[in-house]
Design a protein around this ligand. Structure first.
Ligand SMILES: CC(C)(COP(=O)(O)OP(=O)(O)OC[C@H]1O[C@@H](n2cnc3c(N)ncnc32)[C@H](O)[C@@H]1OP(=O)(O)O)[C@@H](O)C(=O)NCCC(=O)NCCS
Length: 188
């Protein structure tokens, strides 16, 4: 998956703010460290496993990008990995994640960034599915995904080990049929 700068193209149809996704540079290291801290990532997205037990996104076709406003203000980051739904390449789905800096929450930037990322992944890869999962208590993320047009599918029970216990995860997805214009994704 090429990771170039992309600007919002579906946001106007969903009445979402415009955001930009761009590759990180070394100058973003401090910002990404801050987003990954327990203080910012919060109880639903921070882990205390030893480093050697953490999976590397790059082993799963993954990467991350910085979310900015059109004036280049950094507001957060998105990430994505591939997960298999069968033994063939076409059955690889994308699983996405997001963190928005606390100073910029509640302005629908998470909804906009996740919609933009999902559209791009569907447009630029053979995959037919983008999913996101979160804790049942993470209401903000569930509202953001719903606003972005994702469909709630159900609960994956006991799916995630985090901070000493197993957690249920609410699963959302976006497939081409959910896009406003049907199977064809708008081009940027
Ligand atoms: C989850 C997160 C990405 C949301 O970012 P955001 O930019 O504030 O999200 P949005 O503004 O697009 O949407 C948030 C929605 O939840 C609502 N909300 C926020 N906090 C809430 C709360 N505690 N209870 C209920 N609703 C809440 C907002 O009002 C908004 O609702 P609306 O669409 O009806 O206006 C952000 O809180 C975050 O980075 N959290 C830490 C990391 C994390 O949990 N990531 C997801 C892990 S799976």
């Amino acid at each position: 998956m090429a990771a170039e700068e992309v600007t919002a193209h579906a946001s106007h149809r969903l009445d979402l703010p415009r955001v930009v996704l761009r590759d990180p540079s070394p100058l973003d290291d401090d910002f990404l460290d801050l987003l990954g801290s327990r203080e910012v990532a919060g109880e639903w997205d921070s882990f205390d496993d030893p480093p050697e037990e953490m999976l590397r996104a790059t082993d799963f076709g993954g990467a991350r990008q910085i979310v900015t406003l059109e004036d280049h203000t950094r507001v957060g980051c998105v990430s994505w990995i591939q997960i298999p739904y069968g033994p063939n390449a076409k059955s690889l789905a994308w699983s996405i994640g997001i963190t928005i800096h606390p100073d910029f929450r509640g302005r629908h930037y998470a909804a906009a960034a996740q919609r933009l990322l999902a559209e791009r992944l569907l447009r630029e890869s053979p995959s037919h599915r983008v999913q996101a999962d979160t804790d049942p208590d993470n209401v903000a993320e569930q509202r953001a995904l719903t606003r972005a047009g994702f469909v709630r599918e159900g609960v994956a029970r006991g799916a995630q080990w985090r901070r000493g216990r197993w957690h249920d995860r609410v699963v959302f997805s976006l497939v081409p049929a959910d896009l406003v214009d049907g199977a064809e994704v708008a081009s940027s």
